[in-house]
Design a protein around this ligand. Structure first.
Ligand code: NDP
Ligand code: 2IT
Length: 455
């Protein structure tokens, strides 16, 4: 079962591969989910092209290039020594240096980072920029931690990570609970340890090598992609009711752009509940959330206490009526029951701001209901695309103006949309975005992998 032969001739044996994957990486359910989602869409290619089977491309991609795991020790405000675990998963370096975010969250595990790094490889390929796929993080929970504790933790994390990264080796960035503050602390420690200043992290502040539009890029890029989806269906955002989940970087910038373009965002959420605003969040509401001191859940509750909307404690947004849903919080936040409710209430477009926010069963519901669904590897690629542009600027010691980068972001999202249409259009006119993105991303990575020989 573990030999390449099982998957090479005469055709690709999908059940055997699934068995191999689950036996080889027991319990890594998120990783299995991401691999199998891609695999189901590209199976016809594997059946058709003997080269992919002989080269054993799928098994090679189901095994990251390397995984670094390490202990982080740091001292909390009470003088107590704390211990956490950190990882960097360098999934594939065939189309460029490893590139992907860092996540700090108690749910972070090797499985979660492997799924994120796997997704990142194909997402980065879709951007058309020279970036391989990686992801890192820690099970550190920043909730309730002081600024000093966050700084010491970031420094402890970088004390180990610094020897594995570099501007042409591996370039981390932010993800859940890693924003500009954390990138600043991580970059400062990297710079001190490496004794040189370069673009080894992206998402930096503008004062030390950051790029305009990087902060906004994932959320704005998501909405640019959504606009293309709507255009392809002969529709527009104007007046549409939109559900957004999350209230972090991606969710708030997506909500800001939707509100700016005339759509009606009626929800934002956190792990504590949902804020429902019937007449829609205005740009001023979103700016208050973006620029306020409070974290997502507390900020939403504060808005509710000011009389802005209704706080639905412990609820997700998915029971509210909408035409468009933008899950922007975390993996598997939208389950099949939610998908059924969305479909029955008139939702027709789903674009993922988060990575893998919909369960496999939810995706089947969308497919059956004819809902147009964009996978994160296509629709949330704007963030890493801007990171790529930050790398370009750092490498040539320049800083491009905001408007120019915003135009480039839109153009990249439009090109990704075109790739999805090219590979995902069906005879009945339906665009299967997930299949399109998976085929386009896989073919790019597979070609580069094969061309570089075995090793
Ligand atoms: P943030 O930390 O800024 O915000 C995360 C938001 O999601 C918070 O509102 C948080 O609420 C909520 N959330 C986190 N975990 C859960 C959970 N288990 N259940 C419900 N809500 C939860 O992160 P980002 O906005 O940067 O990231 C959001 C998603 O977008 C992630 O999937 C990330 O991988 C993806 N992404 C991010 C990119 C980026 O550039 N930042 C690029 C592409 C994708 P609470 O505070 O209550 O936990
Ligand atoms: O999931 C993602 O694409 C990110 N968190 C952004 C990665 C990056 O390197 O900018």
């Amino acid at each position: 079962m573990s030999t390449a032969e099982s998957f090479s001739a005469p055709g690709f044996d999908l059940p055997a591969f699934e068995e191999w994957l689950t036996m080889r990486t027991p319990g890594q359910t998120e990783f299995h989910q991401a691999v199998l989602e891609l695999l189901h869409d590209i199976e016809p290619l594997l059946q058709e092209r003997a080269e992919y089977r002989i080269q054993n491309v799928m098994q090679r991609l189901a095994e990251p290039d390397r995984i670094i795991s390490f202990r982080i020790t740091w001292v909390d405000d009470e003088g107590q020594v704390q211990v956490n675990r950190g990882w960097r998963v360098q999934h594939s370096g065939v189309i460029g240096p490893y590139k992907g975010g860092i996540r700090f969250h108690p749910t972070v595990s090797e499985s979660v980072l492997k799924f994120l790094a796997f997704e990142q490889t194909f997402k980065n390929a879709l951007t058309g920029l020279a970036m391989g796929g990686g992801k890192g993080g820690s099970d550190f929970d920043p909730r309730g931690r002081s600024d000093g504790e966050i700084m010491r933790f970031c420094q402890g994390f970088m004390r180990e990570l610094h020897r594995h990264i570099g501007a042409t080796t591996d370039i981390p960035a932010g993800d859940i609970n890693v924003g500009s503050r954390e990138i600043g602390y991580l970059f400062g420690e990297y710079r001190r340890l490496a004794n040189h200043f370069d673009g080894t992290l992206t998402g930096k502040n503008l004062e030390f090598g950051g790029s305009h539009v990087r902060l906004e890029a994932t959320g704005f890029g998501l909405v640019y992609f959504l606009q293309e989806m709507l255009k392809a269906a002969g529709e527009s955002l104007e007046g549409k009711q939109v559900l957004v989940s999350g209230a972090g970087n991606v969710a708030l910038h997506a909500a800001r752009k939707v509100a700016e373009l005339g759509g009606k965002v009626v929800s934002l959420s956190s792990s504590e509940g949902t804020l429902f605003v019937q007449d829609g969040f205005g740009t001023a509401d979103v700016d208050q959330l973006l620029h306020g001191e409070l974290r997502s859940g507390a900020a939403l509750r504060a808005l509710a206490e000011q009389g802005r909307g209704e706080w639905l404690a412990k609820q997700t947004p998915w029971s509210l009526p909408c035409q468009i849903a933008l899950p922007c919080a975390t993996q598997n936040e939208l389950e099949d029951g939610d998908a059924q409710t969305l479909a029955s209430q008139g939702c027709r477009f789903v674009a993922e701001g988060a990575n893998m926010p919909c369960t496999a069963a939810a995706l089947r519901v969308f497919e059956d209901a004819g809902i147009r669904h964009a996978p994160g590897k296509a629709s949330n690629a704007g963030g890493v695309a801007l990171s790529g542009l930050e790398m370009h600027q750092n490498a040539s010691f320049i800083s491009l103006p905001y408007d120019e980068l915003d135009v480039q972001l839109r153009a990249i999202m439009q090109r990704i949309h075109e790739k999805c249409v090219e590979h995902g259009s069906q005879n009945d006119g339906f665009i299967h975005y997930r299949r399109g993105a998976n085929i386009a991303g896989f073919e790019h990575v597979a070609k580069a992998l094969i061309a570089q020989g075995i090793g």
